[in-house]
Design a protein around this ligand. Structure first.
Ligand code: AKG
Ligand code: FE2
Length: 351
């Protein structure tokens, strides 16, 4: 088995306990009322809005079923992901990320400066995706990220593009429900997503001989608006429960999506909804695959608490920041070990 590369070893306090607490009470929300187009039922929608609101407030995390994304499409995508990662490293590196565009394959991501036990293929929703050249706020230059086209499996790109259409529909629906739950107009957030920088990520967590030392993804919060995650049946995703700060595992529900509130919703809602810490533990004998969709606004979106939600009693808790600058700062810091912590939203907190 040999020695573990120290780059993967978590500090003592962040090592996972392998006796897992299975989360009781992570909300499971049935979205079928959204799809009764012939006879919309306002009270069922109202109920859904309440459920989503309390899930965002109490957990920052929930699972959805009857979400409208066709199961056959998800299965095609999951199968393509397995075939892609089963190739040799040499083949996968033919679509490696590079200095110009971070989309593509890589296996060197670091979270909080410790290397993650995984490999990844990233694909942005828009091709090209407009982003700032640097995170320097005085630098107005914009560049483009483009997607590589894997040659194998055949049709991989076409399947991804079809899936992106469907997952975006779900993302916009969830965003509307979240807006309504905050008491603002359903379409309040839509304008921010015109040139969205959303990203579909394929994760492969290979079996790991050191599951007590390493993590698939170290503890983190997602920086965007919402994450819509397809996980397989293996399990390993853990969420830090808000009520007692315990790590609890998110039980995979077949065909459901796990949704988590990202930092942007935390800021928009002026801390009414908070993004939650989560991480992925790895297994000694089993590989795991997951496919998160990170729903992110356009690079130019200025992120700050919604004016409708702030007043003298509830003053704004954040200074405004440009999403693209945040994204670029994060993207450039995630792939190598840094001297310090990468950019976090508390830097914009008004104390
Ligand atoms: O694989 C998972 O279950 C979650 C991955 C994750 O949190 C991320 O990529 O941000
Ligand atoms: Fe995450």
């Amino acid at each position: 088995m040999g020695e573990i590369d120290p780059a993967f070893v978590q500090e003592q306090e962040h090592r996972p306990k392998l006796s897992i607490i299975e989360a009781q009470g992570i909300p499971e929300i049935d979205l079928s009322p959204l799809f009764h187009h012939e006879a919309p039922n306002p009270s069922a929608i109202e109920g859904l809005v309440k459920e989503i609101g309390s899930a965002c407030k109490e957990w920052g995390f929930f699972q959805v079923t009857n979400h409208g994304v066709p199961l056959s499409l998800r299965q095609k995508l999951e199968e393509a992901s397995r075939l892609f990662f089963a190739q040799s490293l040499e083949e996968k590196k033919k679509v490696a990320r590079d200095a110009i565009s971070p989309n593509g394959y890589y296996d060197t991501e670091h979270t909080k400066n410790v290397r993650d036990w995984k490999e990844v293929f990233d694909f942005t929703c828009h091709d090209p995706t407009l982003v700032p050249v640097t995170s320097d706020e005085h630098d107005d230059r914009v560049t483009q990220w483009t997607n590589p086209t894997p040659q194998y499996p055949p049709q991989f790109r076409a399947i991804i593009e079809e899936y992106l259409q469907e997952i975006q529909k779900l993302a916009f629906k969830l965003l509307e429900l979240i807006a309504l739950s905050l008491g603002v107009e359903a379409k309040r957030f839509e304008e921010f997503f015109k040139d969205q920088t959303s990203l579909l990520r394929f994760n492969h967590y290979p079996p790991c001989p050191y599951p007590h030392l390493a993590l698939g993804v170290g503890r983190h919060k997602d920086p965007g608006a919402l994450t819509i995650l397809a996980q397989d049946e293996v399990g390993g995703l853990e969420v830090r429960r808000k009520s007692d700060q315990e790590w609890v595992s998110v039980k995979p529900i077949p065909d459901a999506y796990s949704i988590n509130v990202g930092d942007i919703i935390q800021v928009w809602s002026n801390d009414e909804y908070e993004s939650v810490d989560h991480r992925v533990i790895v297994k000694e004998e089993k590989a795991r695959f997951s496919i998160p969709f990170f729903f992110n606004p356009g690079h130019d979106a200025e992120i700050k608490p919604l004016k409708e939600l702030i007043n003298d009693q509830n003053p704004s808790k954040y200074k405004a920041y440009k999403w693209g600058k945040f994204l670029v700062s994060r993207t450039s810091s995630n792939f190598k070990k840094q001297d310090g912590e990468n950019l976090q939203i508390y830097r914009y907190k008004i104390s």
